[in-house]
Design a protein around this ligand. Structure first.
Ligand SMILES: Cc1cc2nc3c(=O)[nH]c(=O)nc-3n(C[C@H](O)[C@H](O)[C@H](O)COP(=O)(O)OP(=O)(O)OC[C@H]3O[C@@H](n4cnc5c(N)ncnc54)[C@H](O)[C@@H]3O)c2cc1C
Length: 299
């Protein structure tokens, strides 16, 4: 089990970290597929893996179940996500204690999105309003937990302005977050501009870029609409040419992600976090290529 070093401490080592995000599978068959992908990913030695937390606490049990499996059966350093949606503060305390008792020393602290069918985030009457409050709660309960928070290179959709979004991000860091993982983006310029803005706002913690190897055009359009990310024309055109051919489209996604990650690491990004959608192919190919290019190590 890789729990000895927190992600915060690993980042201090200065080598580029590689990590992936899983989501809790909906049924047993999807669970088996995810575990097969995990077995393949184990050989690629990610520094940590994360597992998302469903809207309204809907995946509370399965998030914890799969987080434990990933930790115990595969030896991954696991960072479970936790959101404020649908939970009172007392429930959140219970969940944080449960994570800690299970041996997790890293948590991604989020406000969360509204449950399906609702458009606005409504805090639980006895719950928390923003992620910075969840960061503070985790810190208060277990100071040995390293806390990650979300950052938005192209601004969170609800934020009144990029500056206010960065000011809110600074609150999360002041509350105790030790690193930031970004929302997906497809143009590295957005990431570097965001990191500059963070530094100007006195946010000094590492900003891990979140990268999605896209699968096809309808999927990437849906994701971009959901999170306000811009779809570069070059990527859109290549996906259009791939058309209905799923395998060609997937290769386009992997090529684009590879170019992004290589350029990010060459400019000293602290690592990369892949949104793998519970599949192993993209990370397997990416690690293979980056390794042969020598960009996974830093002198
Ligand atoms: C890396 C990553 C992982 C994610 N994992 C999950 C997951 O597992 N489950 C899930 O449901 N969702 C997940 N999300 C999506 C996330 O929950 C949504 O983007 C959500 O809308 C915002 O969450 P947050 O933690 O960034 O919220 P916050 O940081 O609380 O920000 C929410 C909005 O409120 C504003 N704001 C923040 N603090 C204040 C304040 N004190 N006063 C006024 N305004 C404020 C911000 O500018 C922003 O517009 C993830 C996102 C990322 C980038």
């Amino acid at each position: 089990m890789k729990e000895s070093l927190s992600i915060g401490s690993l980042l201090e080592e200065g080598r580029p970290l590689r990590s992936v995000e899983f989501f809790p599978p909906k049924d047993e068959a999807a669970g088996d597929r995810m575990l097969r992908a995990a077995a393949e990913i184990q050989r690629l030695e990610p520094d940590f893996v994360s597992i998302t937390y469903g809207a309204g606490g809907s995946t509370r049990d399965s998030s914890l179940k799969y987080a434990r499996m990933l930790q115990e059966e595969f030896g991954f350093r696991v960072m479970p996500h936790l959101t404020c949606v649908g939970h009172s503060k007392a429930e959140l305390r219970e969940i944080i204690d449960e994570f800690h008792e299970s041996g997790f020393r890293n948590i991604m602290a989020l406000r969360g999105d509204p449950p399906k069918g609702e458009t606005n985030f409504k805090p639980h009457p006895e719950g928390l309003h923003y992620a910075n409050e969840l960061v503070a709660l985790i810190q208060e309960l277990h100071a040995d937990i390293s806390i990650g928070v979300a950052g938005y290179p192209e601004t969170h959709p609800e934020a009144p302005s990029p500056d206010e979004d960065i000011a809110n991000l600074a609150r999360k860091v002041r509350a105790g977050a030790t690193f930031i993982t970004t929302q997906l983006f497809f143009d590295n310029a957005a990431y570097f501009k965001f990191v500059d803005a963070c530094r100007k706002a006195d946010i000094g913690v590492p900003v891990i870029p979140g990268i999605l190897p896209v699968l096809n055009l309808p999927q990437v359009r849906r994701f971009c609409a959901m999170c306000n990310a811009k779809l570069p024309k070059g990527l859109e055109d290549r996906l259009k040419i791939a058309g209905e051919d799923a395998s060609v489209a997937q290769d386009v996604g992997i090529d684009w992600a590879h170019e992004q990650v290589r350029a990010l690491l060459e400019k000293n990004a602290p690592g990369f976090h892949l949104y793998i959608l519970n599949r192993a192919k993209a990370i397997r190919q990416l690690i293979g290529r980056l390794d042969s290019e020598g960009v996974l190590t830093r002198s």
